[in-house]
Write a protein that binds this ligand. Structure first.
Ligand code: NAP
Ligand code: GCO
Length: 267
């Protein structure tokens, strides 16, 4: 048997939350190319319609669902619909997420709670909804999309860092509690990736120069570039496939080396 068969997802059902565009879309595309049936969700009908067209353009017959991942009733209904449409979920990617960049002392408790609700509580809700079927099937893969902010802080992202730090520990706890059922729960920690979420950090300035934060990230990244969603495809496939069956509770950082690097020294 070819070693590459370890990376096949033939016959598997993958749900990528927030898979309408950005990082989620790229991971779903990788899974489709490896043979999986694809389900994704988002809140916006416009995003869903555009995503279905984008998947179709890639030759992917994805199923899209309108579902707010913070709403447990909607999540249970979506999981039941996917079970009916495609089969029980073998691979769950908790990708849906938001960020609010507000100085902590100026952030409302409501804003803080909304970020934590989507970025941390929702992965709990989603994982709780799919684990029983994974136990019954005798296998399952849960991949939580963490962040550099699972390890590092920075100004204005207190809620996001708290949520993503918690998501790292939820990953380890799902591993601990359900590893005996052949369920692997790992995280992916993308570095700074060029998606709509980070677009404000890359805006070209009025004088035509690059955004100061853009320049900062380039100086902090050994690869000297922003990541692109496609950089996540290989790592996501590895953690969704049999190739990683003895990898559990880990966070795989796909950051171009940022976490290893003190930053470019002044000339
Ligand atoms: P994005 O471009 O902003 O896409 C986020 C997706 O999540 C959208 O499809 C959005 O669709 C969906 N979503 C948001 N809230 C939702 C909710 N409550 N229920 C259902 N869907 C929801 O984000 P991205 O840059 O691709 O990031 C994806 C994940 O990677 C996030 O968890 C993010 O924190 C993480 N991450 C991103 C970076 C980066 O540099 N971009 C780095 C590290 C980690 P709707 O708005 O239509 O619901
Ligand atoms: C920010 C960015 C980051 C990235 C990502 C880094 O404002 O610092 O949005 O948080 O989204 O999480 O790994």
């Amino acid at each position: 048997m070819s070693i590459l068969n370890l990376f096949s997802l033939e016959g598997k059902v993958a749900l990528v939350t927030g898979g309408a565009y950005g990082i989620g879309f790229a991971m779903a595309e990788a899974y489709a190319q490896a043979g999986a049936k694809i389900a994704f969700n988002c809140r916006s009908q416009a995003h869903l319609d555009q995503a279905l067209a984008d998947y179709q353009a890639k030759g992917i017959d994805a199923k899209g669902y309108i579902c707010d991942v913070t709403d447990e009733a909607q999540v249970k209904e979506m999981v039941a619909s996917i079970k009916n449409d495609l089969g029980t979920i073998d691979i769950l990617v908790n990708n849906a997420g938001i960020i609010k960049r507000i100085p902590m002392t100026e952030m409302s408790a409501e804003d803080f709670r909304q970020v934590v609700d989507i970025d941390l509580t929702a992965p709990f809700i989603m994982s709780k909804a799919v684990i029983p079927d994974m136990i019954e099937k005798g296998h399952g893969k849960i991949i939580n999309i963490c962040s550099m902010m699972s390890e590092l802080g920075r100004e204005t992202v207190s809620a996001y860092a708290a949520a993503k730090g918690g998501l790292k520990m939820l990953t380890k706890n799902i591993c601990s509690e359900y590893g005996e059922y052949n369920i692997q729960c790992n995280g992916i920690g993308p570095g700074y990736i060029a998606t709509p979420q980070t677009a404000p950090l890359r805006e070209i300035q009025e004088d035509g120069s690059r955004h100061p934060f853009d320049q900062f990230i380039i100086s902090k990244t050994p690869a000297a570039r922003w990541g692109v969603p496609e950089d996540l495809m290989g790592p996501a496939l590895f953690l969704a496939s049999e190739a990683s069956d003895f990898v559990n509770g880990q966070v795989l950082y796909v950051d171009g080396g940022i976490l290893a690097y003190i930053g470019k020294q002044p000339k």
